[in-house]
Design a protein around this ligand. Sequence first.
Ligand code: DLL
Length: 431
Amino acid sequence: MWEEKYETMERSELGQLQLERLQSVVNRVYRNVKFYNEKFRELKISPEDIKSLDDLRKLPFTTKEDLRRNYPYGMFAVPLRDIVRIHSSSGTTGKTTVVGYTKNDLELWSNLVARIMVAAGVTKDDIIQISFGYGLFTGGFGLHYGAEKIGATVIPISSGNTDRQIMIMQDYHTTVLVSTPSYALVIADRIEELGIDPQSLSLRIGLFGAEPWSEAMRQEIEAKLKIDAYDNYGLSEIIGPGVAGECEMKNGMHIAEDHFLVEIIDPETGEPLPPGEEGELVITTLTKEALPLIRYRTRDITRLHYEKCGCGRTTARMERVKGRTDDMLIVRGVNVFPSQIEEVLFNIEGTEPHYQIIVDREGRLDTLTVLVEVSPKIFSDEMKRQKQIIEEIEEKLYSVLGLKVRVKLVEPKTLQRFEGKAKRVIDKRRL
Ligand code: DLL
């Protein structure tokens, strides 16, 4: 473990540490961030009211909208001269938000990423190819500094140019691939297409994150690249990657709870839910200096588990993210997460792991169409076989979603590929 003392802390001791840190951060935002100062006054609360961790629920939520309203630097808790780095969120759901780091924040970030890397079995002997975009996105730089921290060899290749990725992987003997899961699949497909035997590569571990992916997709990537694939989670507003990551048990992502206080709430009512219930993840940063956030609503849907893990860590584990409250589709009143469709598709023989979901409206009725690539063999097969596959997918989707979905098979390699986060849903109702 990278920071065993904190990763295996007795939960009562951890609670004490969290409370001290919570009191300190609440004090800091009250004094240094106008937004929080006003909010606290409005709600008639003062930092002294936080006497236990349960008092957290007295504090207001922070939303992405709040960050947007205070764009670009309004939420910073330190003067700009103490900020040494700026990143921003990917802006997939609107105007980007700006995040800042002090020197200490960068040090913390590197250590948190080192934790998730070590948890996945990465060591200083590894050669790590970072195929996340570098730049304003936190993926590239975040994983980069964590990898250097543990003393591994870093190849900062960034995303894109798949053939070059593969050439470097072969020539430089890459042992760890870091990217989005969808880009890992693109690389895996290309390796197959080029007739390269994945066993001839030195790859052994994949660290994937930044977008939702299913268990079936993990198995697909592991089989194609002959590696162990681990999930890791984070978001720019909170720090970037390093918030949580899987250990070798692959049984949920360990959250760095000594730095992040987590809750699950009902996204409709905002009420905290008991452990194990599914809902929206809410995070309070306990130690960040530049941009401390109180009860930040991530919009990510997951569950938390608190039992001790087989690896010995005592920190809470979050389940793989099911989706975001804002990419949940409501089709004829039924809630649909793209990840549910993915799970079905990946378990069907003859389909490729590339798909697109199209929501439209015909008259007053919403329609859901799923385009799925099939293997070249199926595509050239007789109509009967294709019809069977369509029926099989439609039936399985109906049983999972309770919704009639139209399935169309498309030729291999016709759907768009992604080097960063995949965009699989086209909602024509809003266009
Ligand atoms: O995606 C940070 C990151 C980079 C995490 C590299 C992991 C690896 P943002 O661009 O701000 O930051 O996007 C954050 O991405 O709220 C989730 O909706 C989604 N997300 C991130 N990791 C996962 C994951 C980075 N492992 C948003 N599973 C988050 C599912 C994820 N969704």
